[in-house]
Design a binder for this molecule. Sequence first.
Ligand SMILES: *Cc1c(COP(=O)(O)O)cnc(C)c1O
Length: 813
Amino acid sequence: MALSIQHIIPKIGAEYHGKNPDATIDNVSIDSRSLQNNPLTLFFALVGPNNDAHIYIDELIGKGIQNFVVTNIPKDLGGKANFLKVKNTTEALQQFAVFYRNLYSFPVIGITGSNGKTIVKEWLNFLLSPDYNIIRSPKSYNSQVGVPLSVISINEKHNLGIFEAGISTINEMQKLEPIIRPTIGLLTNIGSAHDEGFANLGEKIKEKLKLFVDVDVLIYNKNKTIDAFIKNSKTFTWSCKDRNADVFISKKTILDKTLLHIDFGDHHFDLKIPFLDDASIENAIQCMMILLHFGYDYKTIESRMELLYPVEMRLKVKNGINNSTLIDDSYSSDFQSLKIALDFLESQKHHKKKTLILSDIFQSGLDKEELYAKVSQLIISNKINRVIGIGSTISEFKNKFLNSITFKNTEDFINAFDTLSFGNETILIKGARTFEFEKIVALLEEKTHETVLEINLNAISHNLNFFKSKLNPETKLMVMVKAFGYGNGGFEIAKLLEHHKVDYLGVAFADEGISLKTAGITTPIMVLNPENTSFPSIIQYQLEPEIYSVKGLNAFLKISEQKKLYHYPVHIKLDTGMHRLGFQENDLPELIATLKNTPSIKVKSILSHMATSDDLNQKQFALSQIDLFEKLSSNLMQELKINPIRHILNTSGISNFTEAQYDMVRLGIGLYGISNDAEEQHYLENVSTLKSIVSQIRTINEGESVGYGRRFMAEKTTKIATIPIGYADGISRSWGNGLGFVTINHQKAYIVGSICMDMLMVDCSEINCKEGDQVIIFGESPTVNLIAEKTHTIPYEILTSISQRVKRVFYRE
Ligand SMILES: *Cc1c(COP(=O)(O)O)cnc(C)c1O
């Protein structure tokens, strides 16, 4: 892509303000962190419900970016770059993509449906890439923003497109259709339930079908509900039930494979796919339909379909050996996803040193020389310290990489593993599936047991934005990351919040703040509960203490005067009714006198904490706390002639007493996806999922018992699964003995007998499961809220009780 700004302006209806009207661009970005941002980037400053990329423009100009699509030109930046001013930057991005899509004409497969879109897209890419130069949506980029970004990556070399479209409400698909402009439509499984955004199933189907208004052929699983909505498209249908479909399929299980028998007109053939579950079978059939439509012979279809594999869509962060951090993306390798992975590496890097382990890249569309030159540029601009290339092609181009070492294949790498010394670095592992990089991940991964707490970083961003959207735009945000981010993780979450430019982080004790600062967090950190002995290190690490008593104030003053500090920021805590920490009304005269007398500290903020913000039955008490806060803080401000940040609301305060948001709020549990209000819970995304596996399965007879004290007695033949997680991992014993359950293969399995220190047992008589299967301890079901309610505690305790021996894995979707 090389386009002149002048060419783009009318396409997106922009007004030009700038200094270089002759500029050209060769790529588009919306991600301020992306290191691919260069002088030829056109940056779209997107505005979400409460996040606004305009705040990054200043920083980006500093990095050399010159062209921006904006809704307004940030103060003081006029004349410093090219600004294309539009009403709505997201719509401008979409208009740009429509224009860009129209520059190309080749077959495009458009995929939509409720489930399976991404898998089908990835499989089609795998099945068709021997014969086509394919451009496809990276990961699951299928939204109002993801689709335009995917389409904008098309170049001259491509001759087939595969794009997915996801929508959540009506009127969205008509925006995506002209961007994708599919010529072949594929409708994947439509869930029978209707989602939030649609009045009923019919409306949902109708909306999805809008992607296909102009296709040459529409492929779908024939059924009456959908048939009724299909107007004049040419269709190519399949079914396992309806003989009227173009392709009729019967299936049979043979060991661990499914045998499909295909009747297609006069043609009859069999093929095997390596899956047993209905969803995978359905997705595989959709792919086969495309191959049939493309006219592939049965032998080729059979041989390629047999090789289908499960697709891992996530970039996972794991703890590696010798204090290294791994980013596991070991299931794909193409240029687009390498870019995404390198951006992620940059946003998550825990260590200065960065290593990339990269296989041959299977990228259609570019010749090898050109491809590896581009890859090398990308690696240099991301300042990767060491490149380990694996594969014969990458070995051939070794000289394009600085500080690199290459191996012919994964086996050779594994043999040389001991000589490579990994440690204190972040390692991105990125390889095409055939290289079996999971073997490398296994070598590099820190060995722990199978129980993990998975943390969805996207969900955290979503929840943050949800709470921000309740606040005035100018209200500042402190996010509480105390107790190891409510049990979820300290550094990784702080790093994400720093990216979102939250104003403050809050921790309970100085050492929590010190470890964040040492890891490179620069956002200001308030320490809620500083001990006097920690004051010197608080100052050394530039942490900001909460001061809650005259005694504490004097102790801090003594040290700050010794160190000759000037205006060191502190936070004054008032007790307005919680009666935990804080100055009370009668302490104020002394507080005021002392503060008036010293230049060494400065009151950065005044805060108080509410005891009943979550309980509307206690609304009067909550309001009385707010009144007293208003009175005491105003008094302090007048007497001291200061204008500090004031804050009193925690999560439920934000929801229930929004009017008392003052200058800042302190978000805690809500960020982690938990609300005590059922209505609000609906809008939050689940952040933490505690997972384990089935260690062993046995069948016991009537009259036999399970576990200590024989507290479970089988009344009939019962299948029992043992799971390696117990009360030492933070699972309360009160959740055992038939009260609690876990989820195995989407079904509830009740806990039988008492929970042990490191294990628990469940009844899985009704569940189709085997040893090694995944078990959800909490997450979508059961939820932390449910466990808390049934065990008579609060979600906070459940989350923060998960022991540190449980490995945390962070991922971004
Ligand atoms: C923990 C804490 C918060 C956050 O509370 P949530 O209910 O988790 O939102 C806010 N302020 C103070 C002083 C806290 O200790």
